[in-house]
Design a protein around this ligand. Structure first.
Ligand SMILES: O=P(O)(O)OC[C@H]1O[C@H](O[C@H]2O[C@H](CO)[C@@H](O)[C@H](O)[C@H]2O)[C@H](O)[C@@H](O)[C@@H]1O
Length: 229
């Protein structure tokens, strides 16, 4: 819903967006969720609204905004892995680590030359414990995360309970990891929309969300569903 920034903490959330999401959630009887790779604390910081949220690619799930998050029992990567990643970023000014509860992201957006080395290193580390961890390609970043949870498991968990149960799910995303959430929705009879194909840019998605709140909006405001397989 927001434009890419140089760093995760530098994204700019338009001031009207949280209110739009809150009102949309109300109009949907609460059946609106943010499903993200970011930690829940980040999501709460950037979107301080009472919505169902899933963070860290499904490793933290909070279907009820007023309840504590559900966290499956997951392993932590060995401390030595982080030390090796720290050594890599020290050789590439601009690269940095984003820690997560059960893994970490090595960002190289500001040090593009580090991408290949980061991939090789994190792939080697994950190969030491392939049943516990997996390597995730992100935008100008590589992430080590625990095997098991994903945006698909998050969506399936949300859809098992009210207010989501019995509805037709729609997942809108723009990242490699969003494909898992989109696919899960399609398998449940719903839809997965790629931001670039349906809206083009985050601003167009935000406009669409805001327009959906207008009580007299006809159904034609919805993008055509045939864009998705
Ligand atoms: O699942 P999402 O909500 O789409 O989050 C995916 C990852 O987003 C963040 O990284 C990406 O966005 C940054 C800010 O625009 C950008 O600097 C970075 O290059 C991108 O990879 C976040 O840092 C990750 O933890 C999320 O997994």
């Amino acid at each position: 819903m927001v434009e890419i920034a140089e760093r995760p903490d530098a994204v700019r959330v338009p001031p009207t967006l949280p209110g739009v999401l809150q009102r949309l959630a109300k109009a949907l009887d609460g059946a609106l969720a943010i499903v993200s790779g970011r930690p829940l604390a980040d999501l709460d910081h950037f979107l301080p609204v009472k919505l169902a949220k899933a963070g860290e690619h499904g490793a933290a799930l909070r279907p009820d905004p007023d309840a504590p998050p559900l966290r499956p029992d997951l392993p932590h990567p060995p401390a030595a892995w982080r030390l090796e990643a720290d050594a890599l970023i020290a050789r590439h000014p601009g690269a940095f680590i984003e820690p997560k509860a059960h893994g970490f992201v090595l960002h190289y957006r500001q040090a593009p030359e580090a991408g290949e080395e980061a991939h090789a290193l994190l792939a080697r580390l994950v190969a030491e414990d392939p049943t516990g961890f997996t390597l995730l390609e992100a935008r100008m970043a590589w992430e080590i995360r625990p095997r098991g949870p994903s945006k698909a498991t998050a969506v399936r968990a949300l859809m098992a309970h009210p207010p989501f149960a019995g509805r037709v799910p729609l997942f809108i995303g723009d990242d490699v990891t969003d494909e898992e959430g989109m696919q899960a929705c399609r398998e449940m009879g719903g839809h997965g929309w790629r931001l670039d194909e349906v809206f083009g840019a985050p601003g167009a998605l935000r406009d669409w969300l805001a327009r959906a709140l207008a009580p007299d909006q006809p159904d034609e405001i919805l993008p055509p569903l045939e864009v998705t397989p």
